[in-house]
Design a protein around this ligand. Structure first.
Ligand SMILES: Cc1cc2nc3c(=O)[nH]c(=O)nc-3n(C[C@H](O)[C@H](O)[C@H](O)COP(=O)(O)OP(=O)(O)OC[C@H]3O[C@@H](n4cnc5c(N)ncnc54)[C@H](O)[C@@H]3O)c2cc1C
Length: 398
């Protein structure tokens, strides 16, 4: 069972964390995932369990009360959680990205103010770049912050905000007037503190309600509407305006490794379900796993699971070693999400008609896998990043 997606060279601490999370996933997530997902119910008890295990502070430095673990540890934890239920990994993903951005780019005061409470899970992060008119084309952001005597006033609308209602600190990328020629140099990340919940949560700031999605249920995804919302200059990430694009791209880069890990988790689960079912289901006098057509499907699925896992681990290790990993993170995200969609589809086919029944887990995975083709940049955007990086490194001498 545990042959696939192994990772060589882990420390004892990493092994221990993973064993604890794996047990938690098997006992506390998998048995409840179907019911919670079908009811679109927020997994409050599971989230409490994750808080107790310290997962909200997994990558936050020890000096701020976290466990100070690496991106690799985080990604392997996420892979396990997504194997249980992808939505649960969504609860910690945006939190992890905001903590990373604060850790890398926050002022000393901002780190001190937020990171200890983020490590404890009291402050829960979300991040917002997308708008109704744009997702891939981040530099085209329209939501605008205008500087006044006492601070900034923000107007505009954000879209697709994961954990929009259940977070209380949102990193929001908006347009500011730096007068720079390039559009992306006129963007600034604000740290918006807000109460959890829906409706007008603060004067000038409304979280309208949950978007009804095809999958990725339980976790809330919302819009965020600014109408004359006032915010102090101290809430600019890093204290200097015009740096927001760079901050967000750094966050999204670790986010891509994380999405790759989620895709690996779903693919592992889809494979586990398929190999189990194919040994139980009999046709023409034998288990379907004994038909070569099905056995070959299993072989191909496992190979894809293994390849995606290795590329995800490689991208995480590169980032941990301090090297640039935009190309590798893009490749890992691309292959893991595409393979996840393929492996899930094959597992569904192996389940025959039962795969279409809501009683079987594969039905849920079929609705979850497509999100990973979109989140943190579509496959087309990954290919753009990868090819740009390759052309940079393999410049023609002709
Ligand atoms: C469930 C869910 C949760 C999300 N959570 C968040 C969140 O927490 N925070 C956040 O900021 N965003 C979030 N998003 C938004 C997500 O990042 C965007 O949906 C994604 O980046 C794609 O943007 P878009 O939907 O505007 O598609 P578009 O950018 O409009 O793209 C449409 C199509 O055109 C293709 N395309 C676009 N540009 C190019 C190009 N240059 N070359 C070739 N093809 C191109 C795309 O690949 C895609 O196939 C979430 C989305 C979903 C569905």
């Amino acid at each position: 069972m545990a042959r696939l997606a192994q990772t060589a060279g882990l420390t004892d601490i990493q092994e221990e964390i993973l064993a604890t999370v794996r047990t938690f996933v098997d006992k506390e997530i998998i048995p409840h995932a179907q019911t919670l997902e079908h009811g679109d119910t927020y997994p409050a008890d599971i989230v409490e369990g994750m808080k107790e295990m310290g997962l909200f502070g997994l990558t936050i430095p020890e000096e701020y009360g976290g466990l100070g673990e690496s991106l690799l540890t985080y990604a392997l934890v996420v892979e396990q959680i997504a194997r249980g239920w992808m939505s649960v990994s969504g609860v910690i993903n945006t939190h992890f990205i905001v903590a990373h951005m604060l850790k890398q780019h926050g002022t000393p005061e901002q780190k001190q103010k937020y990171l200890p409470r983020m490590a404890a899970g009291e402050v829960r992060g979300s991040f917002s770049m997308s708008e109704p008119e744009l997702g891939s084309d981040v530099a085209a952001i329209r939501t605008r912050a205008v500087r006044g005597d006492s601070g900034y006033t923000i107007n505009g609308q954000k879209m697709w905000l994961t954990n929009g209602g259940t977070s209380n600190l949102t990193a929001v990328l908006v347009k500011t007037d730096e007068g720079a020629e390039k559009a992306h140099q006129n963007l600034t990340t604000f740290l918006v503190e807000k109460p959890e919940g829906y409706g007008e949560v603060l004067p000038g700031l409304t979280i309208p309600g949950k978007i009804d999605k095809m999958g990725y249920k339980g976790v809330d995804t919302t819009e965020m509407v600014f109408d004359g919302f006032e915010i102090a200059p101290e809430q600019i990430l890093g204290g200097v305006s015009g740096q927001g694009f760079r901050h967000m791209m750094d966050g999204v880069e670790v986010g891509r490794v994380n999405v790759a890990a989620r895709a690996c988790g779903i693919a592992i689960r889809a494979f586990e379900l398929a190999i189990e079912y194919s040994q139980q289901r009999r046709t023409f006098g034998k288990a379907i796993a004994e038909h070569q057509a099905i056995a070959f499907k299993l072989a191909e699925m496992a190979t894809k699971v293994e390849a995606a896992h290795l590329m995800m681990v490689n991208a995480a290790r590169l980032k941990d070693s301090g090297q640039r990993n935009d190309v590798e993170a893009g490749m890992a995200k691309l292959i893991a999400s595409e393979y996840c969609a393929e492996v899930t589809q094959e597992s569904f086919r192996i389940h025959g008609g039962y795969g279409y029944s809501k009683e079987y887990e594969i039905e849920r995975l079929m609705r979850e896998a497509p999100f990973l083709l979109i989140g943190e940049g579509t496959s087309e955007i990954q290919k753009t990043i990868i090819s740009r990086g390759l052309l940079r490194d393999y410049q023609s001498r002709g």
